[in-house]
Design a protein around this ligand. Structure first.
Ligand code: XBP
Ligand code: MG
Length: 246
């Protein structure tokens, strides 16, 4: 399955939108539940949430919302602490939603990961979401021991001072893999995601997700609707073709 000439040694997966469509029915209701718990009258409907997704990271997204729609909240001296507390509550709600099995992996993702493991490819994750969220999604929607399949997991504040579209999280992952960018393939679903992976120099395959369809994916090796009809052999071919045309 792995072509002898291929230089591709690792797959680096984004999480939200790439492994699973988590935003509309996972993160969004978790934010709303945290707002309700705190007695805030904020409610992020599907359309508003699409607008707020311009900013990655839950705490950063809440701050962006406040700047636009609730500027008084930010005038409080403890605004940062309150956002941190809201975010911790949101994570608790999100974990509960994912544990319920509500967020299946996208088509073809589990098969590609299984085939990649069998072919001896190294696996990693580069995401802006909180580490607990990655762990629960992998356990609940991929396999109970799936955390151990990924050699490096770059997630949340620990892996990036600046979140996507900055390259920080991908650079963090590359350093820990000990691989050059050119030996890896990033799998992303969003413009912010591909800006991040490309700024780190990593060839990138995009599968559009429900909130990112139609975004600018300039620099992608390929843009697919999903991985349902994409085999690992196809992925090698996409990667290798890009090298020969570079
Ligand atoms: C998408 C994000 C995340 C989630 C929310 O991450 O921007 O911030 O929407 O998760 P990616 P947190 O596509 O890089 O996986 O609230 O834990 O930040
Ligand atoms: Mg994403």
């Amino acid at each position: 399955m792995k072509t002898a000439k291929s230089l591709m040694q690792a797959l680096i997966f984004d999480v939200d939108g790439t492994l699973a469509d988590t935003e509309r029915d996972g993160h969004r209701p978790a934010f709303n539940a945290a707002f309700a718990d705190a007695g805030l009258d904020w409610h992020w409907d599907e359309a508003l949430y699409g607008e707020l997704l311009a900013v990655t990271g839950g705490k950063e997204r809440m701050r962006f919302y406040c700047e636009r729609y609730a500027p008084d909240f930010l005038k409080q001296p403890d605004a940062d602490e309150r956002i941190k507390a809201l975010h911790a509550a949101k994570t608790t709600h999100y974990v509960r939603i994912v544990e319920s099995g509500a967020l299946p992996l996208r088509p073809g993702v589990a098969r590609l990961i299984a085939d990649a493991r069998q072919a001896g490819l190294r696996l990693a994750i580069a995401t802006t979401t909180t580490p607990e969220n990655v762990e629960v999604l992998l356990r609940a929607s991929l396999a109970p021991d799936a955390m151990s399949w990924f050699e490096v997991i770059g997630a949340g504040d620990a892996a990036a001072k600046k979140k996507k579209p900055a390259p920080d999280v991908y650079l963090w992952v590359l350093e820990r893999l000990g691989l050059p960018a050119s030996a890896c393939l990033a799998l992303e679903d969003s413009e912010n995601g591909i800006l991040s992976s490309r700024a780190a120099g990593i060839p990138t395959l995009v599968t559009e997700s429900e909130y990112t369809r139609g975004q600018d994916f300039g620099g992608a090796l390929a843009v697919l609707p999903d991985l349902a009809n994409t085999t690992l052999a196809d992925v090698f071919e996409i990667f290798d073709k890009s090298l020969s045309s570079a």
